[in-house]
Design a protein around this ligand. Structure first.
Ligand code: GLN
Length: 486
């Protein structure tokens, strides 16, 4: 089988039976990375030297992978795709990177992202836009844009990203691959550049649900360096993929998924809901009950503004260390205030500055109660509603997006009134820290679409098990760009 089509099990077997060496796999990955770089731009840095130093052998030993460029890697340029860090080489390793290094997984490159992980288009990276490999006139989405493109192209079988609002699960949908965000704290965030700490998660791309389970098994666990990390639940997420889903119950939100909720649905929306309904049929055929649930539309409409309020506030505070004083791309000035002013004015793009202005505004004393604290209240209301629903249901199933990846220029970092709920419900997973997975569910106009399944906190095994079974009712497991897209 061709390298780029191989899943982790296939790669493992090839290495173990000596039919290929890990170094050969790396060379293949490196060749593909260079081949696609000029057209698609998945990487800020491509690693050209093979390095595999396994301290403890496991299933990922010798397997190539890619890492988003907002994870600290000592001795390797780490830019977060921002001008302000364009020459920054860290002196410490993120825990995720350390774990993968100790496993002997082989780093192929650092993936391009929307600057500082803010944004959802893959167009704000300091090294240029990331294109969607299924169709280069369309975006791949973000912020983990390069990771999604790398896995969709088969350059690597898995890539590590971060997800604060939807940054892995949305680009996974646009790239026709799997995107999994485990429970908040399941994977240590030490060394991941903080964007919005109450929402940030380490998440990952793969081309099958099983591969997502394999990678999560290696990465999960408590870390003394991250006080929000969770004690290991002791479960083997591959072993818990038992296909036993009979009697499981899912719901979807009527206000987003029922065409009757829309005055004037576009053809794209109609096709998206049709695709979703097919998946629902598949669920029913394998013994999963799916029910429609209504949620107060005023809370749902407040998801995006609340997310923006909370995330910008936290981002403003978290990124106040980027001054050019201790590290980063310093622009000089006469006083330390001038240095900070010049560095930040030059270092950040317009999107980042806009978000810092929003963040500072909502945190001002006179605005805090009305803006910041109200956003936190909305967050609490939706999370409580979800907890109530999770007493009856094992999970929520929704289309991952309102349609296929937009063309460049069609989408920007602004509030869109069209499909406000459908385009933004993935933030519910971050609000509550819920495990949440996107899996491909077909094609519209030759572009991939996907569904998302979100479950109750700590139930990563259940979410993966349900997703794995649903994946089995369709034909998209393991797909890469160029596979028959019907
Ligand atoms: N697209 C969202 C935003 O613009 C989510 C970003 C993320 O998850 N990192 O902030």
């Amino acid at each position: 089988m061709e390298y780029k089509k191989m899943l982790i099990d296939d790669l493992r077997e090839s290495i173990d039976t000596n039919s290929v060496s890990s170094e050969d796999l790396f060379k293949e990955a490196n060749k593909l990375a260079h081949e696609y770089q000029s057209d698609i731009n998945p990487f800020v840095t491509i690693i050209d030297k093979y390095s595999c130093r396994a301290k403890e052998k496991n299933i990922l030993t010798g397997i190539p992978y890619a890492l988003k460029d907002n994870f600290s890697t000592s001795g390797i340029l780490t830019t977060a795709s921002s001008n302000i860090l364009k020459n920054y080489v860290p002196v410490y390793d993120a825990t995720v990177y350390k774990k993968l290094k100790n496993s002997g997984a082989v780093l192929v490159g650092k993936n391009t992202l929307d600057e500082l992980a803010m944004g959802g288009t893959g167009t704000t990276c300091h090294t240029g836009v990331v294109k969607n490999p299924w169709n280069t006139s369309r975006l791949i989405g973000g912020s983990s844009a390069g990771g999604a493109a790398s896995v969709a192209l088969g350059i690597v079988p898995f890539a590590i990203g971060s997800d604060t609002g939807d940054s892995v699960r949305k680009p996974a949908a646009f790239g026709g691959i799997v995107g999994f965000k485990p429970t908040y704290g399941r994977i240590s965030r030490y060394g991941l550049f903080a964007f919005a700490s109450s929402l940030d998660h380490v998440a990952l791309f793969s081309r099958s649900v099983k591969d997502a389970a394999i990678v999560t098994n290696v990465l999960k666990g408590q870390d003394d360096l991250d006080m929000t990390s969770l004690k290991d639940d002791g479960k083997d997420y591959v072993a818990t993929l038992n296909n036993d889903v009979k009697g499981k119950k899912l719901f979807y939100i009527k206000e987003a998924c029922n065409l009757e909720a829309y005055d004037n649905p576009s053809d794209m929306l109609v096709n998206t809901i049709e695709n979703f309904n097919k998946v629902i049929e598949n669920c029913k055929n394998i013994g999963i009950t799916v029910e429609e649930v209504s949620i107060d539309v005023s809370i749902l409409n407040a998801l995006y503004p609340s997310y923006m309020t909370i995330s910008c506030a936290e981002a403003t505070s978290n990124n106040s260390n980027l001054t050019g004083i201790q590290f980063g791309n310093r622009i000089d000035g006469d006083t330390y205030e001038d240095i900070m002013f010049n560095t930040r004015t030059n270092g950040f793009s317009e999107l980042i500055k806009r978000r810092f202005v929003i963040g500072s505004y909502v945190l001002q004393k006179e605005n805090q109660e009305k803006l910041f604290l109200n956003a936190c209240r909305v967050r609490r209301m939706i999370v409580e509603k979800m907890h109530e629903l999770f007493k009856t249901y094992d999970g929520m199933i929704m289309p991952a997006s309102g349609g296929i990846a937009p063309k460049f220029g069609e989408r920007s970092d602004t509030l869109s009134n069209e499909y406000l709920i459908l385009e933004n419900h993935l933030v519910i997973g971050n609000f509550g820290g819920f495990p949440s997975i996107t899996i491909p569910s077909g094609f519209i106009d030759n572009m991939p679409v996907a569904v998302n399944i979100t479950g109750d906190i700590f139930k990563d095994d259940l979410v993966l098990n349900i997703a794995n079974k649903i994946e089995g009712t369709m034909n998209y497991k393991g797909q890469i760009v160029g596979d028959k897209n019907v």
